[in-house]
Ligand binder design. Structure first.
Ligand SMILES: Cc1cc2nc3c(=O)[nH]c(=O)nc-3n(C[C@H](O)[C@H](O)[C@H](O)COP(=O)(O)OP(=O)(O)OC[C@H]3O[C@@H](n4cnc5c(N)ncnc54)[C@H](O)[C@@H]3O)c2cc1C
Length: 600
């Protein structure tokens, strides 16, 4: 092992050793680091400077049944989460989420997060879609918030606390591979990760006893998206390429209120504060679809209703292709105090004054409900039940599954805090007794080949064009509404783009800050993940949550109240008809709520 000792450089590759390596410095990664750091030698590796992670863009709030402003309790929160997820939620996980929410908020408060307050000094709470009092009777105020920049405050607070604990950060390092070795019992376990340093182009191997993936979502498989450019699903793609399964990938959330034509998000907090969706006739159409909670129905329902209004000719604007979000009846002082950033977005990007004019909005790709399967200890699973020892995942890249087929607003900032903390604790506990896992001969070989192949790409295909064609086809064919026909079309597009991907041109041949090369590699992950989304969607012949099949318009609890498990079973680059993806099912954990008709 001496040749790979901490700090050594062998054949130009840098070697490091940590008990725990966390990939990703968003909310989930840093919350894990705060637990693990004081107990074990921990490193956080991030392709972005930590405070640039997408968690910082989160606006509206974080759910917890604190009951600070009206009656509430964690059981109602659990029920709403299960019903919101159209009963595909694992109910043991949802209970953990709702119960531990209370402490998750107080943890952040104790770390210094400046929440908005009630006049008597408690943490203030506001309404959000699908969160209700007493099993659906009326909207409840459950979202804790810091104006409309809650995620920004969470990310800054967590980063400051990581600095306080002296956590080691490797920023602008792109992890491109997970080193897996035999566990001696017929399975695999991690020995570390391999990263590419943006500034130098050098390769680094991080040997670790435990690895936590917290790499966020993959919204860039779509064109119209609220997600940052960096959300290319690298972590999910790396795990997939190791032959580990991905769960429920067909469930991708479209947030109802993206700025029309741009996808930039206007938080549901606007509707929580009283904003109303209107069609071209000025009608508050959600009253027809969800008479009890109207504009605060869960996102899958609202996004579908908006799309229907547009289809039926009641869209607004010259092309009748969007609807309005109306906040003109709100007091400007309330808007300024509680929704300052998003109203500024409407002014800056659309030239609309929200005090006096309704804002054009359209559904935008927002959140991956699916991802790397884990149990409630954040341990990664290699099939329906088997744990991969030493491997953990938390946050948007993971599927635990607390969101089922549709996540409720404010439950993701909660998820990253609750399951980030659990991942940190689980890994810290594991490394207490775990032995070092020996690295294989030349652990950097895979990444060296990946990088060199990309650097030497001298083909004719442009990365940006392949990416755009992928995103446009996903928007057209795998968005709010899907059919066998549309999914078949996008499958063919992906297969064709995969072929063209073999012939790309990477113009920058240099080592330093070679973002051209990294974009080529990220595009590979996007192609892989889009394909898994589409295959899983084709296989689910029912409509549930965010997955609406027009050719199978009803929910089918008899055959499909099960999670999808997708496995890579061949080389995607050499496959033709996509027989490299094997699909299986996994039972849903039901504890107390049997599936019911989902009315709001
Ligand atoms: C505009 C917007 C508003 C939102 N508002 C809300 C809200 O109000 N309430 C709510 O609950 N949810 C909200 N969400 C969802 C929520 O913010 C995200 O799901 C959540 O923050 C994801 O956190 P994360 O830690 O899993 O990932 P992220 O915060 O995305 O962090 C991912 C990390 O992984 C790192 N990384 C990725 N790939 C690699 C790699 N290859 N190598 C090394 N590092 C890598 C990145 O550098 C980054 O540090 C919002 C999302 C968006 C886009």
């Amino acid at each position: 092992m001496t040749e790979y000792a901490d700090g050594s450089v062998v054949d130009g590759v840098h070697y490091h050793q940590f008990d725990i390596v966390i990939v990703g410095a968003g909310g989930a990664g840093m919350r894990a680091a705060i637990e693990a750091g004081p107990k074990a030698n921990t490193a956080v590796i991030s392709k972005l400077y930590p405070t640039r992670s997408h968690t910082g863009a989160a606006q509206g709030g974080m759910a917890a049944a604190l009951a600070n402003v009206e009656e509430d309790n964690w059981e109602w929160h659990t029920f709403d989460t299960v019903k919101g997820g159209d009963y595909l939620v694992d109910q043991d996980a949802a209970e953990v989420l709702a119960k531990e929410a209370i402490d998750a908020i107080y943890d952040l408060e104790n770390m210094g997060l400046p929440f908005n307050r009630t006049p008597d000094g408690k943490i203030d709470q506001r309404r959000f879609g699908g969160h209700t009092r007493d099993h659906g009777k009326a909207p409840v105020r459950r979202a804790c918030y810091a104006a409309d920049r809650t995620g920004h405050m969470i990310l800054q607070t967590l980063y400051q606390n990581c600095v306080k604990f002296g956590i080691n950060f490797f920023n602008e390092y792109y992890v491109l591979d997970l080193v897996m070795v035999s566990d001696g019992f017929g399975g695999q376990k991690p020995a570390g990760v391999v990263a590419f340093e943006l500034a130098t182009g050098d390769i680094h191997v991080f040997q670790a006893k435990a690895v936590i993936f917290a790499t966020g979502g993959f919204g860039k498989i779509y064109k119209t998206t609220s997600n940052a450019h960096t959300l290319t699903g690298d972590g999910v793609g790396i795990v997939w390429r190791k032959g580990l399964p991905l769960e429920d990938m067909e469930f991708y959330q479209f947030h109802p209120t993206g700025l029309a034509g741009l996808g930039i998000l206007l938080s549901e907090a606007a509707r929580g504060e009283g904003a109303i969706l209107r069609n071209s006739e000025g009608e508050r159409f959600m009253e027809r679809y969800a008479p009890t909670i109207k504009d605060l129905a869960p996102r899958d329902i609202v996004a579908r209703c908006m799309a229907l209004e547009i289809r039926e000719g009641r869209g607004a604007g010259p092309h009748k292709d969007y609807v309005y979000l109306d906040i003109t009846h709100l007091d400007p002082a309330v808007i300024d105090a509680k929704l300052p950033d998003i109203t500024e977005f409407a002014r800056t990007y659309l030239g609309v004054e929200p005090y006096t004019e309704p804002v054009p909005v359209l559904p935008t790709a927002h959140y991956a409900m699916g991802g790397i399967p884990t149990n409630i200890q954040a341990e990664v699973l290699s099939d329906n039940t088997t744990v991969v020892p030493g491997l953990y995942a938390a946050g948007e890249c993971a599927c635990v599954s607390v969101h089922g087929s549709n996540r409720l607003g404010t439950n993701s900032l909660l998820d990253i805090n609750v399951f980030g903390k659990r991942a940190g604790n689980s890994a810290a506990e594991y490394v207490k007794t775990a032995e070092w896992v020996e690295l294989p001969e030349d652990p950097a070989a895979g990444v060296r080949t990946l990088v060199e192949n990309a650097r030497n790409s001298n083909g004719t295909e442009r990365i940006a064009i392949i990416r755009r064609e992928l995103q446009e086809s996903m928007d057209r064919n795998a968005q709010v509404f899907r059919t066998e026909e549309s999914l078949t079309e996008v499958t063919e597009v992906i297969h064709n783009l995969r072929e063209r991907y073999k012939n790309i041109l990477v113009q920058d041949k240099g080592k330093r800050f070679n973002t051209d090369l990294l974009e080529a590699i990220e595009l590979g992950f996007l192609l892989d993940l889009a394909e898994v989304v589409v295959y899983s969607a084709r296989n689910r012949k029912e409509s549930r949550g965010a997955h609406m099949r027009e050719d199978f318009p009803t929910r089918d609890d008899v055959n499909h109240m099960q999670h999808t498990m997708a496995y890579l079973s061949g080389d995607p680059m050499s496959a033709d008809a996509g027989d490299h993806i094997r699909l299986d099912w996994k039972p849903v954990v039901v504890t107390r709520y049997q599936p019911m008709e989902r009315k709001y």
